[in-house]
Ligand binder design. Structure first.
Ligand SMILES: [Zn+2]
Length: 323
């Protein structure tokens, strides 16, 4: 029954022949789970393979929610995106963190966004990028291709806090040191991306301090991208927008996969009700085949909605300028 046959993708427009066993990329102890959601809806294993993902791809670490596909995950995702309650249009952006080298996961991520022709904000750790790694990045995401919103993700992605939550730019790091790190990061970004990097700063772990804001203002950055609102106690006008993240796909801490999958979808539904541009963050180092399949389906579903705009950082910066 799982031999060559056509599976019609009821959700989308494309259909294709599936060769052999369907959950072939899910060649894991959970192989059987693949069958349930492949009966009616085509899974993207063929797509993913064509986009460069190998069946043996395994990240070193991934959140519990991705470790095996939740039963009926595709139906649940379709329902979440298609049954959106609000009637105002929604603006969404995708941000990929911890960019600093090539590799299969990075290449597949780029291929998926290219396949859908959707923008992806690339959050680059400047100190990680050597000449060889720069070549790897541009081989997968060429500088001349307008999809990639290259911008700065801290300097070295190290934690300087001696206590509390991790941060590279926390309240324990004095102005001079924050200045030096962000400044040299920005200089390197200018060279690496030949002046094409955007004046947006994503601090590692989505955390910054009042001091960081002062440094960014002096360096003429136009936005930060974090999860929380900007810290209070700042003089206005700030001159800095916050491209807020509302959904973190891959660094989730919850231990119960099915409960966390439902929570993830609730966060997605909430994000789709918001009026300001809202972000979804990706960590490709932690993506397994299920996580890639989910992302592929999510992009596909969002793109089909006329009331969803998928924006680049450049477009959001331009909107901020106009308002
Ligand atoms: Zn990071």
């Amino acid at each position: 029954m799982w031999g060559d046959h056509i599976v019609e993708n009821l959700v989308g427009a494309h259909s294709f022949t599936v060769q052999g066993l369907i959950p072939n990329l899910y060649n894991t102890p959970h192989q059987q789970t693949g069958r349930e959601y492949c009966v009616l809806r085509c899974d993207h294993t063929q797509d993913l393979r064509e986009l460069g993902l190998q069946a043996q791809h395994r990240p070193r670490q991934s959140s519990a929610v991705w470790q095996k596909p939740t039963p009926a995950w595709r139906d649940k995702l379709v329902k979440t995106v298609e049954q959106r309650a609000s009637n105002h249009s929604v603006r969404i952006f995708f941000r990929a963190d911890d960019i600093g080298a090539g590799g299969q996961a990075f290449e597949t991520l780029c291929q998926i966004f290219r396949f859908h022709q959707l923008p992806l904000a690339m959050s680059v750790v400047p100190a990680w990028v050597s000449t060889v790694r720069q070549q790897q990045l541009f081989a997968a995401a060429p500088l001349e291709e307008p999809l990639w919103g290259w911008h700065q993700h801290g300097w070295r992605h190290v934690n300087w806090q001696s206590s509390g939550k991790k941060s590279e730019f926390g309240d324990q790091r004095p102005f001079e040191k924050q200045w030096r790190d962000i400044w040299q990061g920005w200089q390197k970004m200018q060279i690496l991306f030949q002046g094409l990097c955007l004046p947006v700063f994503t601090p590692p772990w989505n955390r910054l301090s009042l001091t960081t804001i002062k440094v960014l203002q002096k360096l003429d950055f136009k936005a930060v991208s974090i999860t929380k609102p900007l810290p209070s106690g700042l003089k206005t006008p700030l001159g800095l927008a916050n491209f807020r993240i509302q959904l973190d796909l891959h660094t989730r801490k919850a231990k119960d996969p099915e409960a966390d999958f439902d929570k993830l979808l609730a966060e997605l539904a909430n994000l789709m009700d918001r009026r300001e541009p809202s972000g979804i963050v990706i960590h490709h180092h932690r993506m397994n085949i299920f996580a890639f399949d989910f992302l592929h389906e999510l992009l596909h579903l969002l793109k089909r909605r006329e009331d969803v705009e998928l924006l680049s950082f450049q477009e959001i910066l331009e909107m901020e300028n106009e308002s």
